[in-house]
Design a protein around this ligand. Sequence first.
Ligand SMILES: C[S@@+](CC[C@H](N)C(=O)[O-])C[C@H]1O[C@@H](n2cnc3c(N)ncnc32)[C@H](O)[C@@H]1O
Length: 276
Amino acid sequence: MTKPIDLKQAINAISDVVQNRPRPLREFDQIYMKTGDMVMQSEFVASWADAKRLAFIGDGDAISICVAYLQNRGIIDYGPSRITVFDFDERIVQAVKRFADKERLEHLDATLYNCLDAFPSVPKFDCFYTNPPWGASNNGESVNVFTQRGMEAIGYDGHGLVVIADDEELDWPKQVLASAQSFALDRGFYVSRMAPRLHLYHLDDAPELRSCNLAISALPGNGRAIASDPITDPQRLANFYGRSKAPRARYIRERKTLNYGMAHDDEYHLELMDKT
Ligand SMILES: C[S@@+](CC[C@H](N)C(=O)[O-])C[C@H]1O[C@@H](n2cnc3c(N)ncnc32)[C@H](O)[C@@H]1O
């Protein structure tokens, strides 16, 4: 039987991770998950990917760091054997590396990678996680691009967790869910689990919009030769980050600063006390 989790320790650990996250860029659909949901999600991912090599295709939320940190602190005694984050934002890549270095999380690493480029030839992972742009304006095409890279990371053999919008009232999340499931089926995967409407986000214009965990698994014998190519199809790229927001940046580059996690100088100025 697994031991019960000390909730206070777990929340304080996730708080360390949240403090380390770079500020989100809405232009590229970086919209961070709320802290309580990060605690629950990290515990779930650690158990789902226990003893496995796990690739994250994008991870502004920093679930990768949470999973590795909870495990390393002994707050949970299960989790992946290896975690690699692939993200096109150098601030996110460096935040993962800095945290891993500081806390000696030796099984956590990150690589700068744009999922429109061919997936790098690296040793195969066992499972992948992605919380992609949710594809409200392209019927889930951006979800499918991230999922395709995840499938390539595992050589079309293993498991994936796709975190996407799920809402009872709206039409588009249902259409995107159907498109994601059909994309998975066409590539030899089936839906092995679906946990509806779980997570909330710091999303000003839709604070109640939740995401679900859509777990997919490869059918037996599904592994195939990987033919990873860049994605250039304009149909897949139009509205990638929302209506009329096609990708324009290959990478987001980090400006070096000495005070990570602290207020930036240009956020405030001092009004000094009178000397008299
Ligand atoms: C698009 S956001 C989706 C919302 C998610 N809750 C988040 O903020 O992380 C997911 C991650 O994908 C990354 N990303 C966006 N476009 C990408 C691309 N073309 N290639 C690789 N990563 C990308 C973002 O930097 C972010 O870390």
